[in-house]
Design a protein around this ligand. Structure first.
Ligand SMILES: *Cc1c(COP(=O)(O)O)cnc(C)c1O
Length: 494
């Protein structure tokens, strides 16, 4: 046993439990000026239960807690689909420049031309990268970009007089859960398209489903198996022949930026996740930005605002003619947009192309290193991520993917995404991203291989993992059914 660390009592000793009456983190001298009247008594509380700690104790407490966080700045973070890459700190610096960070969202456009022009150039860059000329930066996340795109299609169908007839959206079964959820939220019936043995959509099924009742097909390129959607150009043609629109989930742009463009492939509208592909630290739910890029046909329906340069040379936030309306207040998550702009300008087109090349190389390096130790249900070269399966370990050793993921914490890594995509049994979805050096990918593969060996030799050890983390395996059922969300003082005795 190693010496107990100060953190070993976590859970039993929150700041409240460490409290010693009379200690204070700050000394405020008595006020000898005129008294300030208090608000009415009914607005005042009788007591305020706060922990009493010295400043040193308080700082150590929070420092200790902060060191328990595992982020991309601490190590490799192979959380597939999330593109957890290292983001250059300079982009944070640029986004926090006072002229940009302090621009008031309701300032007259003439007074914030720096910010607005930056946003206009970002929109121009995204149009070039996607091959879709019209852009709104408004949506705050990928899922919101999807909703914007599907509502734009809805409005276009309404103008064509076909909305009543076209009530279905086709979605492959490998899709991110947000795709069918978006279509359902927009009022459509979702028809699932199965994945063929090669990991692309089943062409025969999609062609047989395409008829005058289909509003749109939502396709993720590259898909969530990390694979290129084979024949997507022909599928796009069939979709358009059937009078439907092709929606693109572009959250995985990281794998193809600078190499393939959604517009050239036949997509009508696509959303991007700037917080994945274009440098924003993310996790824990935001903030993000999910711009939508679309064809000329759908441009009049874009969410408000779009950034437009007027004939007078002034850049303004404007409302497209038949806009679906606002997705959120003001101009979007401007800090995230500015980080994306800084990243894009620093790299340039050549740099973005090199980024996607490196992301693909890294995912394939991991695939080759781990192959043979875990099942690979769709065994072909991948793009940005690789999806293994723990079904061999489950069948032979009674070890589940969940155990493997938890054990990876003991080996010093953040776990991969598990049980997604749904079509892969015991899925282990791993995305090293372009920012990991070869040694890090080798170390990750070694840890995964060591865990596969442990699964054979000592499966019980894996059932209890993590064994070295400050908090071990949680009882997730109890945590969900009877969550303890607030510290409560122990009931006084008697
Ligand atoms: C992350 C992701 C989304 C959702 O994006 P959010 O910003 O989390 O709403 C949608 N589709 C795919 C393929 C993704 O990877």
């Amino acid at each position: 046993m190693s010496a107990p660390r100060p953190s070993d009592d976590f859970g039993g000793r929150l700041s409240f439990d460490r409290s010693v009456p009379g200690r204070a983190a700050a000394d405020v001298p008595d006020w000898d000026g005129p008294p300030t009247p208090l608000p009415e008594a009914r607005l005042l509380r009788e007591t305020l239960r706060l922990p009493e700690l010295s400043q040193g104790e308080l700082v150590r407490y929070y420092t200790e807690l902060s060191a328990r966080n595992y982020g991309i700045d601490s190590g490799t973070y192979p959380l597939g689909s999330c593109t957890m890459k290292y983001n250059p700190k300079v982009n944070d610096l640029v986004a926090s420049l006072p002229g940009l960070a302090q621009a008031h969202p309701q300032a007259p456009p003439e007074e914030v031309q720096g910010t607005l022009r930056t946003l206009a150039e970002l929109a121009g860059g995204l149009a070039e990268i996607t091959g879709l000329g019209a852009v709104s930066l408004a949506p705050a996340a990928g899922a919101q970009g999807e909703l914007a795109g599907v509502l734009m299609i809805t409005r276009a169908l309404e103008d064509r007089g076909e909305l009543a007839a076209r009530r279905r959206v086709l979605v492959p079964d490998s899709a991110h859960g947000t795709n069918p959820a978006t279509a359902a939220m927009a009022g459509y019936t979702v028809t699932q398209i199965p994945t063929a043995a090669d990991g692309s959509m089943d062409r025969a099924v999609i062609e047989s489903e395409l008829d005058a009742s289909v509003a749109a097909v939502m396709v993720t390129v590259p898909n969530t198996l990390g694979l290129w959607e084979r024949g997507i150009e022909e599928v796009a043609e069939r979709i358009h022949d059937a009078g439907a629109y092709l929606y693109g989930d572009g959250a995985n742009l990281n794998a193809i930026m600078g190499r393939a463009r959604y517009g050239d492939l036949g997509f009508d509208v696509v959303h991007l996740n700037l917080h994945k592909s274009f440098s924003t630290p993310h996790g824990g739910g935001g903030p993000g930005a999910g711009p939508v890029c679309c064809s000329e046909e759908l441009a009049p329906y874009l969410p408000t605002p779009v950034v437009t340069e007027g004939g007078d040379g002034v850049v303004r936030l404007t409302a497209p003619e038949h806009s679906i309306g606002r997705m959120q207040q003001f101009g979007g998550n401007v800090g995230v947009l500015i980080r994306a702009y800084a990243y894009m300008r620093a790299l340039g087109l050549e740099g973005l192309r090199a980024t996607s090349g490196q992301a693909v190389l890294n995912a394939n390096y991991l695939r080759v290193l781990m192959e043979g130790h875990y099942d690979l249900p769709y065994d072909r070269p991948v793009l940005h991520e690789v999806v293994f399966s723990g079904s061999r370990q489950r069948r032979q050793n009674g070890v589940r993917t969940y155990d493997i993921a938890k054990r990876l914490i003991d080996h010093g890594f953040h776990p991969p995404t598990v049980y997604f995509p749904l079509i892969v049994e015991e899925a282990l979805m791993m995305e090293p991203t372009e920012t990991e050096p070869p040694e890090a990918i080798e170390a990750l593969a070694e840890a995964m291989i060591a865990i596969a060996a442990e699964a054979e030799e000592d499966p019980d050890k894996l059932h209890g993992a993590p064994l070295t983390a400050p908090i071990g395996r949680l009882d997730e059922t109890t945590a969900a059914r009877r969550p303890v969300l607030r510290w409560q003082p122990e009931a006084p005795a008697g």
